[in-house]
Design a protein around this ligand. Structure first.
Ligand SMILES: [Zn+2]
Ligand SMILES: [Zn+2]
Length: 297
């Protein structure tokens, strides 16, 4: 019996009733959620990282992806350690657009090295952020292009961060002929961009922003996108979803279910269906064998 299966026999698995409410019944089938993007390596989680992961597991979150910041030794150590202690915590390796000013080609060999780890399933997060401009646009472009080319060489999915940069990201993916796909995370851009990225084999991931009162344009996009291309994430510790916004300052993976609830309303399906679809999409996007489809020993 795997360590994971052992834990599963110890913790009563949450399940969802027909209305999609979380219950504790052992009779109905179990539905699992995935948080496709959570920064559990950050200092915010130093005091209780294992408890946060445990709480998510009890809430039914059976996989979490924590992108590693390869410019930070602490992020590297914390992320690799999490992955070795919790096999369902996956990772990605990359230089975030905010850190692009630190980028140099040596990082590419570092990323390549990490990409060999079985828990590191993507290159990321990489991309462009023209909202904050923590690094200059040119520094961001250089880091993004170099890492996108590396992901292409490695035939590895990419996790892309795009803020006010949709047009340029789409142009880069096109020019690079980047067909390895991946995930456009914490989507906040327009429909045209979403559609273009679908054509390039990307999944679109929605964060807690989907639950915000003022996010109707984003909900409209989620409604139009095929469910087979959607992922959900928390982007913890940021973006706590409604109704916990303002109550819980720090977001955590267990709250990914709130985004699933809103998505279920939009798609007029049960939360269970959203759980199932987004979980399968996650394993497809990152080419991870779905543990749910393997027989328990
Ligand atoms: Zn991001
Ligand atoms: Zn992120």
């Amino acid at each position: 019996m795997s360590k994971d299966a052992k834990i599963a026999t110890l913790i009563p698995l949450p399940s969802l009733d027909n209305q999609g409410k979380l219950g504790r019944s052992h009779e109905s089938p179990h539905f699992h959620f995935v948080d496709s993007h959570a920064h559990l390596d950050m200092d915010d989680f130093d005091p209780d990282r294992d408890e946060v992961i445990g709480r998510a597991y009890q809430a039914g979150v059976r996989a979490i992806l924590c992108p590693m910041d390869v410019t930070s030794l602490k992020s590297i150590q914390t992320t690799l350690e999490m992955g070795s202690r919790h096999p369902h915590v996956y990772s990605a390796a990359g230089v975030h657009p905010h850190q692009a000013k630190l980028f140099n080609p040596d990082f590419l060999s570092r990323i390549k090295e990490f990409a060999r780890d079985k828990n590191v399933v993507a290159i990321g997060e990489i991309g462009l952020d023209f909202h904050y401009d923590f690094s200059s646009p040119d520094e961001q472009r250089a880091a993004f292009r170099a890492q996108l080319a590396l992901a292409k060489d490695l035939r590895c999915p990419a996790i892309i961060h795009s803020r006010n940069a949709g047009r340029e990201i789409a142009a880069a993916v096109r020019e690079e002929y980047f067909y390895s796909g991946g995930v456009l995370h914490c989507f906040t851009e327009d429909w045209e961009f979403a559609k273009t990225m679908l054509d390039w084999n990307f999944f679109i991931s929605f964060s807690g922003i989907l639950t915000f009162a003022n996010a109707q344009p984003l909900r409209d996009i989620a409604q139009m996108l095929p469910l087979s291309k959607i992922l959900i994430e928390t982007d913890s510790p940021y973006l706590t979803p409604a109704p916990f916004r303002g109550i819980k300052k720090r977001n955590e993976p267990a709250l990914v279910i709130e985004t699933a609830r809103v998505l279920a309303d939009l798609k007029k399906v049960s939360v269970a269906e959203i759980a199932q679809a987004t979980t399968q999409n996650f394993y497809r996007a990152f080419r991870i064998p779905d543990p749910g489809s393997q027989p328990h020993i």
